[in-house]
Design a protein around this ligand. Structure first.
Ligand code: NAD
Ligand code: TYD
Length: 352
């Protein structure tokens, strides 16, 4: 994409990763107009965007990607040159209790956006781009060795990953069938500021602060590859501008941790930050019933994006985790706002 002056639609920009993407684009490209479309579900929070909400090149639009005519009108009204699509239902545990919500937003919502882009851009695809942000979970589970590459066959195991795999296929199909210019990236687990406390790291930070038990699923020997969210946002900017049409880029931290080792490290760091006796947070660890269909291991081979686009993570896990803990300790109000109301009901349903 040329960098002269673009109107970019970011979907899901009030969520965890989307908010970092929006903040990055708005501050780095004053000549762009960034439109953030978000339905503000439980996971979307405008507080995440306080630092840029008054920038002249930023517009927030509350709306649902399932609303077909609304989406079509937006393309007519704002003449988008590019789409960076992050809006999704994103939590595996929720997908196990309510798969249909994932089918709706992740598949039908994506197809609505593809249709709007195809119809609006139909006479001229040049200098246009549809960027679909996806996950490494579409590749299924690794055994003890090996890495996911861009050639790994799709083999999703959860309703969440099945819905993301389906949306990836639709994006590719629109490229093949209609010539829609697209790129896809599949990223590993993110962590960092603005992360809703239902995923492992922010949930456990919040529980340690409150001295609540730390529910480790199964034996805790599941492995994830963790990437600091700001590094993902930088990669997304790069793929959007420099990635090649019809290509996929795997993004990951080269940073594998068994859940139980990560949780013990988190406990140690939090004891220091909270001036608690060393070992006190570890006592909160409780092994609970395993997640059904729990994928054993994810790990990304990110050498393509490194070689072709020059991207690599900028912070070590120790630095990123320390930044993340500090952010949660300094943003107690954010944490208490997002954990009031419906969060309490969710927590009761999941963990008691
Ligand atoms: P999130 O759940 O924090 O945010 C999702 C955002 O989408 C929220 O702001 C929500 O309000 C919005 N949204 C949901 N349904 C919508 C709808 N129907 N219409 C409009 N907006 C809607 O998710 P996240 O962790 O920031 O993930 C963003 C994207 O990145 C997702 O597509 C996810 O699959 C992908 N991804 C996430 C991770 C991760 O570790 N979190 C890793 C790789 C890829
Ligand atoms: P999560 O953050 O939900 O991400 P994903 O399932 O998309 O990888 O979970 C990360 C890992 O932590 C996963 O192996 C499940 C595990 N986990 C727990 O052990 N306890 C919990 O309460 C949660 C939310 C996750």
């Amino acid at each position: 994409m040329n960098k002269k002056s673009l109107n970019i639609l970011v979907t899901g920009g009030a969520g965890f990763i989307g908010s970092h993407v929006v903040m990055g684009l708005v501050t780095k490209y004053p000549n762009y107009n960034i439109f953030n479309l978000d339905a503000l579900t439980y996971a979307g929070n405008l507080e995440n965007l306080k630092s840029i909400q008054d920038y002249p090149n930023y517009t927030f639009i509350k709306g649902n990607i399932l609303d077909e005519s609304f989406i079509n009108n937006l393309f007519e009204k704002y003449e988008f040159d590019g789409v960076i699509h992050l809006a999704a239902e994103s939590h595996v545990d929720r997908s196990i209790t309510d798969p249909l919500a994932f089918v709706k937003t992740n598949i039908i919502g994506t197809v609505n956006l593809l249709n709007a882009a195809k119809n609006y851009w139909k006479n001229d695809f040049s200098e246009k781009r549809f960027y679909h942000v996806s996950t490494d979970e579409v590749y299924g589970s690794l055994g003890k060795t090996g890495l996911f590459t861009e050639e790994t066959p799709y083999d999703p195991n959860s309703p969440y990953s099945a819905s993301k795999a389906s949306s990836d296929h639709f994006v590719r199909a629109y490229g093949e069938t209609y010539g829609l210019p697209y790129v896809i990236s599949n990223c590993s687990n993110n962590y960092g500021p603005n992360h809703f406390p239902e995923k492992l790291i922010p949930l456990f930070i919040n529980n340690i602060i409150q001295e609540k038990s730390l529910p480790v699923y199964g034996d805790g020997n599941y492995t994830r590859d963790w990437l600091f969210v700001e590094d993902h946002a930088v990669a997304i900017d790069l793929v959007f501008h420099e990635g090649k049409n019809t290509e996929t880029y795997n993004i990951g931290g080269f940073n594998e941790w068994k859940n139980i080792d990560l949780v013990k490290l988190l406990c140690k760091l939090m004891d220091v930050k909270l001036n608690r006796v060393n070992g006190s947070s570890e006592k909160l660890i409780t092994y609970v019933k395993d997640r059904p269909g729990h994928d054993l291991r994810y790990a990304i081979d990110a050498s393509k994006i490194n070689k072709n686009l020059g991207w690599k993570p900028s912070v070590t896990f120790e630095e990123g985790l320390a930044k993340t803990i500090d952010w949660y300790l300094q943003n107690e109000e954010w944490l208490s706002n997002v954990t009031s109301g419906n969060y309490q009901e969710y927590y009761k349903k999941m963990y008691t």
